[in-house]
Design a protein around this ligand. Structure first.
Ligand code: PEP
Ligand code: MG
Length: 899
């Protein structure tokens, strides 16, 4: 690289890796002729050199001096000689790390410069306030002196002035405060802050470089998977002042509403303030529309700039701006973070506006965001008046227990509790607690406060600035406007889409998007009394359009895992093209359990036959209902998988019951038989025990009865004019001989049913691939299997050799911490398990051309895994009904990416 320092005008948006995101945005705006204060950027490469060698590159000082001299010249030219040259020194990495590194403002101030600032601004108090802030921030950030020294000194000065707010100190007290700070610096370091601005800059730049390795920054990178060696750029920008009187201020704006996606400028403004004041959320901002009233000219200028940026970037932008005595300055821009609803609405609107193509829109949405739109919401507020109200900062509903500090949130999460973090405002160090919470509530700050921005990024609901709630962090209570006091651990409900806060637990209802699919065209129970908000309609419409684009590209079929007619109904409504897995075990539970007990306890063929006959009747009805709902679509029914003893009461429970019952009671005799059966069938490792096909092979008549129930249900429906498409799926097969034996029995039953009903029941018989042995002998299996369905849950368990039920709760947190894997292999397909799927698919398809292959493990609904299965050449994925939309979207995106 030929240089370490770039003037803003020399950079551009595509140089974020070298200039960092912030400077790339400033450079782009400079090129667009938007009003950006002049400045320059020190590259990430200079930072990387510094981090590697512990010193700056040799040429850096000289390059900075040159840029500094040029900056001085341009400031003189642009603003006249009396404007003091003060700069902001900010960090800016390629990937945004908001608030995680250091910033030093007002670099260049000193005993003389403060006088110059006072005379230029005509506001001595302003100058001294800036100077006091500078000395303190330089001392804390650059000289690394402890914060409490300054906090204590500040409190002393406030006390002697008889006020509790530093903002109320007069000029004389601000001078005193500055001198006290200077005294602390001399006392602690033996020296004063350097007077030479160039030297101040050098130290500030080094402090920003060092902050790349600060604790906060490292923790953030670790969590967000940001590489450690990127380094940060440093941007040095002429200070403009938002605190210079009533016609000054500072704000944050989006080109559209980041929570709803509604068109039109959106943002927060704070009069007589600097940027930090907004993010800190200490003072409540006013909506941007208020700026229109306060300063129409600046507002119009701002809106024009926002439009220019959105057109230029072809996406929503967020910006920071400052107005200095009626002059607008743009201080930052980037592609705006947005909530899930906004993601879809904006993508769809930008297509309508001719800004992007449908394919680009598809690239901007994700299944993970879509999943959030399917979360339930609170029932309409007509069902209960909110206890308090704040800013709707990040959409979605949350019901959880109150905690007041971030550490507690993490502790409670570890105990499996849902918590809502309640704070006056949040700070970067609260992040672990925010991550552990299902919702956030703050009593100050707006949609652009730290809490709001982080919540939207994390996708958790957030209500900000609920000013009328009083917090008492000391006693750990909050008091609602009506006087109700809630304590830590009490339930609270909040709705980040409306800003409503409710004491206690508020009932939830289906989300508008889910409702539209499940009950289109108002055919459904009315969940929202009164007119539906237009916004919901816009979001639903956007989701439907985007799904249409995804379906257009999609190669993978999408089926659902559904065990009941109700689930099948939901699946079909979400667009499932069949059932990929109907687990039959629930048909053995509830009121059927006594039948299963009779089957297990049967001592004669006759007793056994009677129990099976009962099962046949109930299962036939179950299958009829499901096949009817899925008329014309395939339904893969899995024969019974879990070991029979799972249907008996727990062994210990039986032992206790047996010991406490009267010797002569009938109940005791029955319990004794159950106990004997439970002991007989007890297994040390049920996951590897008598289950799946092994059960079918050793439990006479069991699978045959299930096949008969399915075949008779299909025959009945066909006789009624329906088009049932059952498929039989054999679980946990490891060898083709197992499959062959079951297939033989099943074909015989199918032939019997066809003969007895006079209706030809054809039913493909396939196998699940859930064991490495099956995957590695897929070619042999394909000779006898009409289809393969990969049970990636078991395949993951058996490939890794760990039990899902135990491993996830016990040692997975350690494995994740040690980065043995980045994500649970039960969530996203493990590459080695994946390669078994790929090999088996290829071997199966080559042995039997046209072999249909699908996945029915949990991975079928996981975005990253879906992409993998598309590559692997599978025919379909199958997932729970509520993931069907996500799978359709991700399958479409996967195909588009390949194109
Ligand atoms: C599987 O193993 O992936 C599967 C779908 O079966 P189950 O989860 O019921 O064991
Ligand atoms: Mg399985």
């Amino acid at each position: 690289m030929d240089k370490y320092v770039y003037e803003f005008a020399d950079g551009g948006r595509h140089m974020a890796n070298l200039l960092g995101g912030e400077s790339a945005g400033l450079a782009e705006m400079t090129r667009m002729d938007l009003p950006v204060p002049p400045g320059f950027t020190i590259t990430t490469e200079a930072c990387r050199f510094y981090l590697e060698h512990g010193r700056e590159p040799a040429r850096l000082a000289e390059e900075i001096t040159r840029a500094w001299t040029q900056l001085e010249a341009s400031v003189h030219k642009q603003f006249g000689a009396d404007r003091p040259m003060l700069v902001a020194v900010r960090s800016g990495a390629e990937i945004s790390m908001p608030g995680m590194m250091d910033t030093v403002l007002n670099v260049g101030l000193g005993d003389e410069a403060v006088e110059q600032l006072a005379s230029w601004s005509g506001d001595e108090r302003f100058a001294w306030e800036a100077y006091s802030r500078f000395v303190r921030s330089f001392a804390e950030t650059v000289l690394r002196l402890p914060e409490y020294l300054f906090r204590t000194a500040e409190a002393d000065v406030r006390r002697s002035a008889g006020t509790t707010a530093t903002g109320e100190l007069d000029t004389a007290r601000l001078k005193t405060l500055t001198h006290v700070y200077q005294h602390i610096v001399r006392h602690e370091t033996g020296d004063a802050i350097p007077r030479d601005p160039r030297r101040q800059l050098e130290l500030a730049v080094r402090a920003v470089f060092d902050s790349w390795n600060g604790e906060r920054a490292r923790a953030y990178r670790n969590r967000e998977d940001i590489p450690e060696d990127l380094g940060t750029a440093v941007n040095v920008c002429l200070m403009v002042f938002g605190s210079l009187g009533p016609n000054s201020g500072t704000g944050v704006a989006f080109t559209r509403d980041p929570a709803t996606g509604a068109p039109g400028a959106y943002g927060d403004y704070l009069r007589r303030a600097v940027g930090e004041d907004i993010v800190a959320g200490l003072r409540n901002t006013v909506p941007l529309t208020e700026l229109e009233r306060l300063d129409p000219a600046s507002y119009a200028h701002l809106c024009a700039n926002l439009r220019a940026l959105e057109t230029h970037y072809r996406d929503v932008c967020d910006i920071e701006f400052t107005i200095e005595r009626g002059t607008l300055w743009m201080l930052q821009t980037r592609i705006g973070e947005r909530g899930a609803e906004a993601t879809f609405r904006i993508a769809s609107d930008l297509v309508d506006e001719g800004v992007i193509t449908p394919d680009e829109a598809l690239g901007r949405v994700t299944g993970e965001r879509l999943a959030r739109l399917l979360f339930p919401r609170f029932a309409d507020s007509a069902h209960g008046h909110p206890s308090a109200h704040g800013v709707a900062a990040s959409p979605g509903a949350a019901v959880g227990r109150i905690v007041f500090d971030a550490h507690k949130a993490a502790d409670h999460k570890a105990k499996g509790q849902n918590v809502i973090l309640v704070r006056p405002q949040t700070r970067p160090e609260d992040l672990p607690g925010m991550l552990a919470s299902i919702g956030l509530l703050t009593t100050s700050g707006g949609k652009t406060s730290h809490a709001a921005v982080v919540a939207r990024g994390l996708g958790i609901p957030c209500v900000c600035g609920a000013e009328r709630i009083e917090l008492d962090p000391h006693h750990k209570t909050l008091t609602l406007p009506d006087g109700t006091r809630l304590h830590e651990g009490d339930f609270l409900s909040l709705d980040g889409s409306t800003g409503d806060v409710f004491a206690g637990r508020t009932p939830l209802v289906t989300s508008p998007v889910a409702r539209e699919f499940l009950h289109p065209a108002g055919g459904a129970p009315q969940l929202w009394p009164g007119p539906e908000p237009a916004h919901d309609e816009a979001v639903v419409h956007a989701v439907q359009r985007v799904l249409g684009w995804a379906d257009h590209h999609r190669r993978l079929g999408v089926r659902a895992n559904a065990d009941t007619a109700t689930e099948a109904d939901q699946a079909r409504a979400f667009g499932a093209e069949g059932i990929g897995l109907c687990r039959t075990e629930h048909m053995f539970l509830g009121d059927r359990q006594p039948i299963v007990e009779r089957l297990i306890l049967a001592e004669t063929a006759q007793e056994r036959g009677a129990a099976l006959a009962e099962l046949l009747t109930v299962q036939r009805e179950d299958f009829r209902a499901i096949l009817r709902v899925m008329d014309g679509l395939p339904v893969a029914v899995r024969l019974l998988d879990p070991p029979l003893h799972e249907f008996l009461p727990d062994l210990t429970e039986l032992e206790i019951r047996h010991a406490t019952l009267d010797d002569r009671s009938r109940d005791r005799r029955h319990t004794a038989r159950l106990l004997e059966a439970a002991r007989r069938t007890h297994e040390q490792n049920p996951m590897l025990g008598l289950r799946g096909v092994r059960l079918g092979l050793t439990s006479p008549g069991l699978y045959a009865t299930q096949v008969r129930a399915l075949a008779e249900a299909a025959a009945q429906l066909r006789a009624e004019g329906g088009d049932p498409r059952p498929e039989i799926m054999v679980p946990l097969v490891g060898d083709v001989r197992e499959l062959r034996l079951i297939k033989l029995q099943a074909e015989q039953v199918l032939a019997e049913v066809s003969a007895s009903t006079g209706i030809e029941v054809s039913c493909p018989i396939g196998t699940m691939i859930e064991l490495p042995r099956a995957a590695l002998t897929a070619g042999d299996l394909a000779a006898d299997a009409a289809f393969f369905s990969f049970g990636t849950n078991d395949l993951t368990q058996t490939t890794w050799g760990f039990s899902r039920d135990d491993a996830e709760a016990s040692f997975f947190p350690d494995y994740l911490k040690h980065k043995i894997f980045d994500v649970s292999p039960f969530q996203t397909i493990d590459p080695v398990v994946g390669s078994l799927v790929t090999q088996a698919t290829a071997a199966g398809k080559s042995a039997r051309p046209g072999l249909e292959t699908g996945v029915c493990g949990e991975h079928g609904g996981d975005p990253a895994s879906i992409r993998f299965f598309d590559q692997a050449g599978l025919d379909y994925v199958s997932c729970s009904p509520f993931r069907v939309l996500v799978a359709r979207l991700e399958a479409g995106k996967a195909a588009l990416e390949k194109e």
